[in-house]
Design a binder for this molecule. Structure first.
Ligand SMILES: Cc1cc2nc3c(=O)[nH]c(=O)nc-3n(C[C@H](O)[C@H](O)[C@H](O)COP(=O)(O)OP(=O)(O)OC[C@H]3O[C@@H](n4cnc5c(N)ncnc54)[C@H](O)[C@@H]3O)c2cc1C
Length: 459
């Protein structure tokens, strides 16, 4: 194996600069893990391509030497997606970080995969546009596409799969295809965008991504609503959704998590179950939506409602929400984050969160419940000591209980984080015979199992 690695490095360096190919121990370690509790494993080589042709040539070399490929964005995933358990070459896309084209009249942007969501939004701001999918980390668009990420605004603007118009993909034989176009709709052929978005680096490498973007709303109001119980908060979300009020963000933060927010983000929010809401639109329309929302939350015993129209206060509120996982991480040194990610039909949400709260109390590990509850997705965050087998066992049993509850009510084991290695065990139960079809597609598209082995599909 050692000799094969040296040969591969020599071949890679025949068309990549020396500093684009690394076997340095620190670099290998940086690419051996993600933000989760899953055990790290080193790649043999890390490469930093600068364009599509280089990616294609890397894939051809890996195929020739029967060495695996793991695509890598920022490494912020939460289920071990980027951990190369079979070693091989990790392709780090950080040098492919250009916004290639903004077609403002068509609300379209084309980017390289290493562009981060914050980088994209600062570029789009110049055109009065924004891209709404906002996972908590400053993830890359490549990684977000590969995990079918969503975030706080997906309740209004949809998830990655709704917003990708076209992908340039390097396939397992090194060939390069496009999966879509820039038209707003198309009935032509199979929906390849849908197939590749969420494929977690198992079907190919994305080298260009074309996205639908949106005009920055004329008026934005953010709201913090406090409740005596988590049930009251969740039931008011369901009522707001059922009333058809077009909220852009609906986030739940439980009491324990508000304590973490206050400690980490220098805020003094009331330490009770809280909803962070946001309305986008024009001033007149928003006034009506806000009044209607106020009436609904009052019916569910809301004790306090605060509005933030000022830009700085709004940004502080959402920054605090985005930093919540890091707040738990910093407050629990030596422990790693384990995040559940079930998503259920909205009518099942209150029962599911009640069930999760009771189960979390029994687990006895530090943690809390938060979520993008507007679309039925919530997370229990638990901090585990990865050296303590009992902790891992308790956390995994807890996750299994939540998944069981969700699947039995028509939900999914993962609303947005993806399968990685952590959720392969639920795939058969969730998809039944359809899993065979998925495995068949993987085998057809990647017959030698070159790309990201052990993720999604597990033997
Ligand atoms: C604090 C925190 C908060 C988070 N909040 C959210 C959230 O709200 N919503 C959410 O959806 N997720 C969330 N996540 C998870 C994570 O940020 C997302 O999964 C994100 O999409 C990963 O992007 P990345 O750039 O870090 O990709 P990576 O972690 O590097 O990779 C993720 C997957 O994408 C593949 N990949 C990367 N680049 C390419 C490419 N060019 N071609 C093909 N495959 C590729 C990798 O192989 C891997 O399978 C959070 C994570 C953290 C740490």
């Amino acid at each position: 194996m050692k000799i094969a690695v040296e040969n591969v490095v020599t071949e890679l360096k025949s068309f990549l600069h020396n500093d684009q190919v690394s076997t340095n121990q620190t670099i290998l370690e940086q690419h051996s893990k993600d933000e989760s509790y899953h055990t790290p494993s080193l790649p043999d080589i890390v490469v930093y391509p600068k364009n599509t042709e280089e990616v294609s040539d890397i894939v051809k070399i890996a195929r020739k030497h029967e060495i695996h490929i793991t695509p890598f964005g920022l490494g912020s995933c939460l289920e071990g997606h980027v951990i190369p358990y079979e070693h091989g070459i990790t392709i780090d896309f950080s040098l492919m970080n250009k916004v290639l084209e903004v077609k403002e009249k068509d609300f379209i942007v084309k980017v390289q995969p290493g562009v981060t969501r914050k980088q994209l939004n600062s570029e789009l701001k110049k055109y009065g546009l924004f891209f709404p999918v906002d996972p908590g980390a400053n993830a890359t668009i490549g990684g977000m596409t590969a995990t079918n990420a969503s975030g706080t605004m997906s309740v209004k603007y949809g998830i990655m799969r709704d917003n990708v118009r076209d992908l340039e993909v390097v396939l397992a034989d090194g060939s390069i295809i496009h999966t879509g176009n820039i038209a707003a709709k198309s009935s032509s052929g199979l929906h390849l965008n849908g197939l590749f978005v969420g494929s977690e680096g198992t079907l190919g490498c994305f080298t260009e991504i074309t996205l639908q973007v949106y005009g920055i709303p004329e008026f934005i109001t953010a709201t913090r609503a406090s409740f005596p119980t988590i049930e009251d908060a969740v039931e008011s979300v369901v009522a707001i959704r059922q009333a058809g009020i077009p909220l852009a963000r609906m986030e739940l933060i439980d009491e324990q998590s508000i304590v973490q927010v206050n400690m980490h983000s220098d805020t003094d929010y009331k330490e009770v179950p809280t909803l962070f809401l946001e309305f986008h639109g024009n001033e007149a329309g928003l006034k009506q939506d806000v009044e209607f929302t106020k009436e609904i939350v009052e019916d569910f015993h809301c004790t306090e409602i605060q509005f933030e129209t000022d830009n700085a206060a709004r940004n502080k509120l959402w920054e605090a929400r985005h930093n919540l996982a890091y707040a738990y991480i910093h407050a629990n040194p030596g422990r790693k984050l384990m995040v559940t990610d079930v998503c259920l039909p909205i009518s099942e949400l209150a029962g599911a969160i009640r069930h999760a709260r009771e189960a979390l109390n029994k687990v006895g590990l530090p943690g809390g419940i938060v979520g993008h509850v507007g679309d039925g997705n919530y997370h229990a965050l638990i901090m585990v000591d990865t050296d303590n087998k009992e902790d891992i066992k308790k956390a995994e049993e807890f996750n299994a209980q939540l998944v069981e509850y969700s699947l039995s009510r028509g939900g999914t084991c993962t609303g947005e984080h993806g399968v990685g290695v952590g959720k392969t065990k639920y795939q058969k139960q969730e998809h039944g015979e359809a899993l065979q079809l998925m495995t068949g597609l993987k085998k057809t598209m990647d017959p030698t199992g070159l790309f990201n082995p052990g993720k999604i599909f597990s033997d």
